[in-house]
Design a binder for this molecule. Structure first.
Ligand SMILES: [Zn+2]
Length: 64
């Protein structure tokens, strides 16, 4: 999760320092992926559960 410990393969400096374009690209990619990988799957699962529950309730209501 912590990209500040990653060392760039291009300039051998910490990626968090952004010394070269590769560092900056990696830093941006990791910063964008971090909230998505931490939050998005769980939010998606929760949303799916809510939608499925709502559809089940709707289907049960319609059949009765
Ligand atoms: Zn670099």
């Amino acid at each position: 999760m912590t990209y500040d410990r990653l060392v760039c393969a291009n300039c051998a400096a910490p990626v968090s320092e952004g010394r070269c374009p590769v560092c900056r690209a990696n830093r941006e990619r990791l910063q964008q992926e971090h909230p998505l990988s931490g939050l998005h799957p769980m939010a998606l699962i929760a949303l799916a559960a809510v939608v499925i529950a709502a559809l089940a309730l709707l289907a049960a209501h319609q059949t009765v």
